[in-house]
Design a protein around this ligand. Structure first.
Ligand code: GYE
Length: 378
């Protein structure tokens, strides 16, 4: 906060001196140029826009709130419990007490709405824009517009794959999650004497980097091990989607599958309902090995009960890292371009060994106990 006050005071002094450019611009240049922008022309705009935004803040929010940093967050939607935790994380961090004014848009899984939300944030003179990209491509034009206006963009969770015009990305390695799922299944099947894997995959939303990475990672191990992936369809990261896909799988592949991979917990809940209705048993001692991603607390309860065999965590609490990135940018520092969240692989039973090797790195498997559950934040 002190830094923001200092910055604002410096800015006011510059304005008071009637020098609305050189020295003031230089200060702001440093704050943004090192990070989000690469060319000088954009940098000049950066300073002007940031100055404008700071000045407008005073008018918009009242003199006492003049120092608040305006942040626009274009969130994917509200499709899952993971998403709810991600939204809450942002709302808890970007508060007035913490020096922020948050504009939050739930894009309801619609890419066109998300692009509009970002453009509206530009219009509104946000100081920073946070995007959790619904899909991985189609971003370069609008990110160029942000850059031209000198508004640093911070991408969270899912990746942007066709542009590097953002200051920083905070999220998870989804391919590693998929690889971990495959390596665990290999160890688990070996320990259980299961020699044939016939898997059904319920994917997340099409075009999302989370879907792409988890699908690729698991397929890489399946191909290496000679497993059969009978089918892989989109369940849209929702409980209803998971149930619908699993209902059709239960009809089409009756008696043919022994593994179901759900790319998030909500899909797994839906798949459980469909399997219950079809008389298919799953989890520890069941006909089907059931695996999920996200590791929300409610799903970890099911791992503890043995209804889910394993759950690969995806950490939704990116906002504190984004806050740190913004503070670095405010201080004229260059944040890391990629910041990875810490994640844990959770299992129901201690049969596959204590660790797996994923991409050459040894990683722990954590058996879910009450103690583990009690320590979970979400
Ligand atoms: O796994 C799912 C959510 O992008 C990693 O999106 C995120 C995914 C998460 O809807 O539950």
């Amino acid at each position: 906060m002190k830094k923001f006050v200092a910055l604002l005071l410096a800015l006011m002094m510059v304005l008071a001196m009637g020098a609305c450019s050189s020295s003031g611009t230089t200060t702001e240049d440093t704050a943004t140029n090192d990070t989000a922008t690469t060319d000088d022309a954009a940098t000049t705009d950066d300073a002007a826009t940031t100055d404008d935004a700071a000045t407008e803040d005073t008018g918009d929010t009242g003199a006492a709130d003049g120092e608040l940093i305006k942040v626009g967050f274009a969130q994917v939607g509200h499709e899952s419990d993971w998403r709810t935790a991600s939204t809450k994380s942002a709302q808890d961090v970007f508060t007035a007490e913490n020096g922020y004014e948050l504009s939050f848009v739930d894009c309801d899984n619609d890419s066109a709405v998300q692009l509009d939300a970002v453009r509206n944030f530009i219009q509104q003179g946000m100081d920073y824009i946070i995007i959790d990209p619904i899909v991985a491509t189609g971003w370069d034009t609008v990110l160029t517009e942000c850059e031209d206006e000198g508004i640093p963009v911070i991408v969270i969770d899912r990746t942007v794959d066709d542009s590097d015009k953002y200051a920083s990305w905070v999220g998870s390695n989804f391919k590693t999650e998929g690889l971990a799922c495959g390596e665990w299944l290999k160890a688990y099947a070996a320990a259980q004497g299961i020699t044939e894997i016939n898997a059904l995959v319920i994917e997340g939303s099409t075009g999302a980097s989370a879907t792409i990475g988890r699908t690729e990672g698991f397929k890489e191990i399946a191909d290496r091990e000679g497993w059969t992936i009978l089918d892989s369809q989109n369940g849209d990261f929702t409980e209803a989607g998971g149930q619908e896909v699993m209902e059709s799988y239960c009809q089409s592949y009756k008696g043919q599958f022994n593994v179901v991979i759900c790319q998030n917990d909500n899909e797994a809940y839906g798949a459980m309902t469909a399997m219950d209705q079809a008389g298919v048993t799953y989890g520890v001692g069941g006909d089907v090995i059931l695996v999920s991603f996200d590791a929300n607390k409610a799903a970890l309860e099911l791992v503890k009960e043995g209804k889910l065999n394993a759950d690969f965590e995806c950490n939704p609490m990116a906002a504190p890292d984004v806050d740190a990135v913004i503070k670095q940018l405010e201080a004229g520092e260059t944040p890391e371009k990629e910041i990875y969240m810490n994640e844990t692989w959770f299992v129901a039973e201690d049969v596959a060994g204590a660790t797996i090797t994923v991409d050459g790195a040894e990683q722990d498997l954590v058996v879910v106990t009450q103690e583990v559950l009690d320590a979970r934040p979400y």
